[in-house]
Design a protein around this ligand. Structure first.
Ligand code: SAH
Ligand code: TRP
Length: 321
């Protein structure tokens, strides 16, 4: 089996990035943190548990679409390389890889979470031998220019992760994917769709409390990496639907007033009782918005599919000249 791992984010880079994000995010008003810091080894495991929760429908809905459409995607794209960004466990992706197998020569998986990536890349290398698997530890907002792989490439960005970027970041990110592709190459994009707010909020606030634990995990990461002294039990998980932005917003609410020290960045951060720290947005889409954002970035929408209940959308788009 052929498998290599390239690290664009060393532990040093990670701590440097975390320091700078924490300095900006915890001194701003309101306080915010970027979502990529959820995903250390424990965060990636908690996310895998989220994907199996009864309330968290997006994974199952997207899997349903991929199962139904994988052969069509393979026939349309004839992909030699599948590049997956924010790949996590790459579990659903195997439906796609199985279908494109006759033309498939290389698989590239990129994720910030080195543990999730190393496991997934080794599993894929064993399952798809002699296809070459390149695991890349990197940030999909920074390291796209460096991706290996022979044409035609199909970039898969699944799980609704696009929604974790705010509109400005999305525009930049989609444009950077377009820049790395040649005319005619492909993007497969999974987006969660606008629906009943109760269903949406429950998907991010499950009865078993797994999402709450996942949300608080970012505080454990800050404690470990930056020697901070957050008391994660003093923060409660909040998920709410923002009607205007059409996104679910995740926050951590301080249940008492407190001062938190973050020695590695020389900060002492005060929280008022009830003060909220925004940890993530998860934007929900409509077909028109997906098509418009793709068009702005230089992609033409070729196919749009949803699951039987229209909960989730998968788009096949092509880089245009
Ligand atoms: N694609 C998988 C996982 C989605 S969860 C699925 O559909 O189930 C989001 C994934 O993106 C996690 O594995 C996380 O580690 C990764 N991720 C988040 N921000 C990232 C970034 N900026 N660069 C690279 N990977 C990122
Ligand atoms: N990409 C996933 C989503 O937006 C990430 C996610 C799922 C998430 N549940 C979460 C992020 C809870 C933060 C908190 O659906």
């Amino acid at each position: 089996m052929t498998f290599d791992l390239t690290v664009h984010l060393t532990p040093d880079d990670i701590v440097r990035g975390l320091r700078s994000d924490v300095r900006t995010g915890l001194t701003g008003a309101p306080k915010t943190l970027p979502p990529k810091w959820f995903y250390d080894a424990r965060g990636s495991e908690l996310f895998e548990r989220i994907t199996r929760l009864p309330e968290y429908y997006p994974t199952r809905a997207e899997r349903e679409i991929l199962a139904e459409r994988a052969e069509e995607i393979a026939a349309l794209t004839g992909a030699r390389t599948v590049v997956e960004l924010g790949s996590g466990s790459s579990e659903k992706t195997r439906l796609l890889l199985d279908a494109v197998r006759p033309t498939l020569r290389e698989i590239v998986t990129l994720d910030v979470s080195e543990t999730a990536l190393a496991d997934a890349a080794a599993t894929l290398a064993a399952a798809y031998d002699p296809v070459v698997v390149h695991g890349v530890v990197g940030d999909f907002t920074q390291h796209l220019a460096l991706l290996p792989g022979s044409a035609p490439r199909l970039v898969a960005f699944l799980g609704g992760t696009l929604g974790n970027l705010v509109p400005d970041e999305r525009a930049k990110f989609l444009a950077s994917i377009r820049d790395t592709l040649d005319d005619g190459e492909w993007l497969l994009l999974g987006t969660d769709l606008v629906k009943d707010p109760h269903v949406l909020v429950r998907a991010y606030d499950d009865a078993a409390g797994v999402t709450a634990e996942f949300n608080r995990n970012v505080l454990h990461v800050l404690n470990r990496e930056l020697a901070a002294n957050f008391d994660p039990t003093a923060f409660e998980h909040v998920a709410l639907w923002d009607y205007e932005q059409e996104w679910v917003e995740m926050r951590l609410r301080a249940t008492r007033a407190m001062e938190v020290r973050v020695p590695v960045v020389g900060l002492t951060v005060s929280f008022a009782e009830g003060e909220e720290l925004r940890t993530e947005v998860s934007a929900k889409f409509r077909r028109d918005r997906v098509a418009a954002e793709l068009a702005d970035a230089g992609f033409a929408l070729r196919e749009w599919w949803t699951d039987a209940e229209s909960r989730f959308g998968v788009t096949l788009a092509q880089a245009t000249g």
